[in-house]
Ligand binder design. Sequence first.
Ligand code: GTP
Ligand code: SPV
Ligand code: MN
Length: 595
Amino acid sequence: MTALRPNTTPPPPSAPNKHAEQWVAQIAKMTQPDSIVWCDGSREEKKRLTELAVSTGVLHPLNPEKRPGCYLSRSNPNDVARVEHLTFICTPTKEEAGPTNNWMAPKEAYDKLAKLFEGSMKGKTMYVVPYIMGPIGSPFSKVGVEITDSVYVVLNMRIMTRMGQVAWDMLGESNDFNRGLHSTLDLDPNKRFICHFPEDNTIWSCGSGYGGNVLLGKKCLALRIGSYLGKKEGWLAEHMLILGIESPDGQISYVAAAFPSACGKTNFAMMIPPRRFEGWRIWTVGDDIAWMRVGSDGRLWAVNPENGYFGVAPGTNHKSNPNAMKTMEKDSLFTNVALTKDNDVWWEEMDGEVPEELTDWQGRPWKKGSTEKAAHPNSRFTAPATNNPSISRESDNPNGVPISAIIFGGRRATTIPLVLQSFNWAHGVYLGAMLGSETTAAATGKVGVLRRDPMAMLPFCGYNMGDYFAHWLSMRHKITYPPKIFLVNWFRKDEDGKFLWPGYGENMRVLKWIVDRAFVRIGGRETAVGWVPREGDIDLSGLDITAETFKKATDINVDEWKTELDNQQEFFDLIGPTMPEPLRLQRDLLRAMLK
Ligand code: GTP
Ligand code: SPV
Ligand code: MN
């Protein structure tokens, strides 16, 4: 470590992994920080870094009576969401990254970014953040080390992952860890790049300070690198929540569900069943990512690699998601929400009256009735999973939980019914692969545009999408007891643009049918597109919905489906020759069935 500057904190005596030390020295030589801090994940460290963040204006302390241990952070207005157009998969060939990813040759990317990283930490502190994705001691789990010059990143990673000494303990002397490098630079969007090097298990991210761009364990490692490793090693890394549904007799079944960004995963994972379902409970295992493997018993088992939630704030209130509201009562970080007079947080659709005056997400005065949003539509809370009243007691189980049903869902104003069960695995993979959804504020770009978002993985698949579909199809041969696959849509609208289905906690009614179908406990009706609930199969008692509205929400409209199939052509053309033949045939078969 002699190459480092005098005021460098040496690695803790119990920590050193010689590979990490060498790599840190190499990165320090390039980025030239004033000092290096090896993070240990301790409470003392959290206190020290939080104080530093407050004194430097990175964090704003919130009202300690109302929100103990909570802080607000405002990002640069040009840096408020994932940037898909600046996200690259750097495989040796373009074909490996596939037609849905941006690609850069590894050498070109390393050279280009090295120029930006050169001296980028001058005058700054470099933090070395060791972390585990997955439960401690689990065969699913992976170690990552993120080097960053952002104290905001360190404090978020501390909530989102199992961070600190535990990671060095798990790593031991191994060289098998993800190397993540992040530098904020000057937030010039022209110097913003998120580059993944799957072959090197490496991520380089620069020019952003926001969420999925910089918390490298999340989308970058757990999904993009994770999916690449999953393909290589025979498992699945998915953009899925995991929940347990407990019946009044104490049986718990588990499902995993993929909805695109800002399409309802956190809400579904924390759902509180309506009064009609007395005695039923929902347990949250994860709200964003699932790593799934075939167990020795022939079932599919899932773990949540994360340890906290980076959830969408707007729309969250005590009615839509009471558990989320409880989860963020303490020890949470808020990004780009609005601030009340008494130093608490606020966002659109929060409970109660809209305050007369606020400070908006950019720190500007805001008045009730303003046409501008007070909180950014992609403003978020970062909260520890252990704060969640509905956290599953299996969350830390190294073996994960057995999955009985897989659900795909998008934000679709038309065509897609409230719920649909696939005929079999290949048909389910087809439905997932064709998932369409209207874009949201979770990524920069236009909102509300319909696009294909296969398995909700369009921005997160670390290799060729056609090969990813083939991998999904091939899993069938490995799973003796495959989960049943379903499609849902909470977002279908009537002619006036109003949602047909009340959603949120009422989604329990749909989930109940799904789980009953998975265990062959309830009937259904076979249609050309899949199995749907018969009249009366979904319990609607206590719900304010007319029979006609429910019919519209669940309707299979042949003309709309024909249009849907025509629209899929563009996606088939995009994927091209790597599109697996069985998926082409599924589409042909469906077209024939619709005649
Ligand atoms: P990411 O964290 O970006 O991956 O998002 P997510 O999939 O976890 O979405 P989340 O649960 O945070 O919900 C996003 C938005 O959808 C919020 O504004 C919710 O209020 C809204 N939403 C969630 N569930 C429902 C539902 O069942 N019906 C309707 N109409 N809106 C919903
Ligand atoms: C998503 O966009 O799917 C998120 C938020 O979960 S981010 O971490 O920014 O990717
Ligand atoms: Mn997500």
